[in-house]
Ligand binder design. Structure first.
Ligand SMILES: [Zn+2]
Length: 264
């Protein structure tokens, strides 16, 4: 059986981090081990990457990180965050979607549950943004560098949280938050690309509606088959990028419909 002395206790360099969970910043109550104690012999025998650390963590992170077999502090920290984000996914999504000033318009029971989600979502966001702290272990100091602070850009307007950027972009560009959040994920995590993609979709939809309506009206007026009119107009438009639907219909009339009528 491996001895606890094979591990170095991770000790915060600054006193304000004493008794703090390294993974989420809550109050520490237990220790996590990198690598897990039951795999210590394996890590010692194989020299797989591990720092052999005994890490102060909170009860919840201790529980969440249990299935993780990784040997390094960084891997275990990431694992804990992924699990935390998954556990509170619903609250995080409420936190992204709602603002406090929208609560007033809701009825009591919905307001109550959204309020709770907002609070839990804010807490979880803070825990997920916790990057650990400088520490000493086995006589060696380690500095933990914060990741580059998050920044979200919406056509030149900068925000330091996804939530604020989403709220701004949704109001400024009149796109529902849900649709915008989805498009953001589908378009390289970029608000600009997401907004452009949505606007393009809307423009295409409007164009197709116009095409359908105008072709149907033309077909009726000149007693032509709708499918014929539609196909011809699409062909003209694909051959000439500057042509409008009206011009294409006029072209169809001049070159096909009128000459045919004259022959009769
Ligand atoms: Zn924790």
């Amino acid at each position: 059986m491996a001895a606890a002395t094979d591990y170095h206790l991770l000790v915060p360099t600054r006193s304000n981090h004493f008794n703090t969970c390294f993974y989420c910043g809550c109050i520490a109550a237990k220790h996590d081990y990198a690598p897990p104690q039951q795999y210590l012999e394996f890590y010692l025998a194989t020299r797989e990457a591990s720092e052999f650390l005994k890490i102060p963590v909170c009860n919840e992170c201790h529980e969440l990180v249990k299935p993780c077999k990784a040997g390094t502090l960084d891997e275990r920290h990431k694992f804990a965050k992924t699990k935390l984000a998954k556990k509170y996914a619903k609250a995080l999504s409420i936190y992204d979607m709602w603002t406090v000033d929208e609560l007033a318009a809701l009825d009591f029971s919905l307001r109550h549950s959204i309020e709770a989600g907002l609070k839990l979502g804010a807490e979880t966001t803070e825990r997920l943004n916790f990057f650990g702290f400088d520490y000493e272990a086995g006589g060696i100091s380690q500095q933990v560098h914060d990741s580059t602070p998050l920044q979200f850009d919406v056509f030149g307007e900068c925000f330091d949280s996804f939530r604020e950027a989403l709220d701004f972009a949704s109001k400024a560009y009149r796109i529902p938050k849900n649709a915008l959040k989805e498009a953001f994920a589908d378009n390289g995590n970029s608000f600009e690309q997401a907004i452009q993609a949505i606007h393009q979709q809307v423009a295409e939809k409007e164009f197709n509606q116009q095409l359908k309506q105008q072709c149907a009206a033309f077909a009726k007026q000149h007693k032509q088959a709708v499918i014929f009119v539609h196909k011809q107009v699409e062909r003209y438009l694909s051959e000439n990028a500057d042509m409008t639907i009206t011009e294409a219909l006029q072209h169809l009339y001049d070159t096909r419909v009128k000459p045919a009528a004259a022959r009769r």
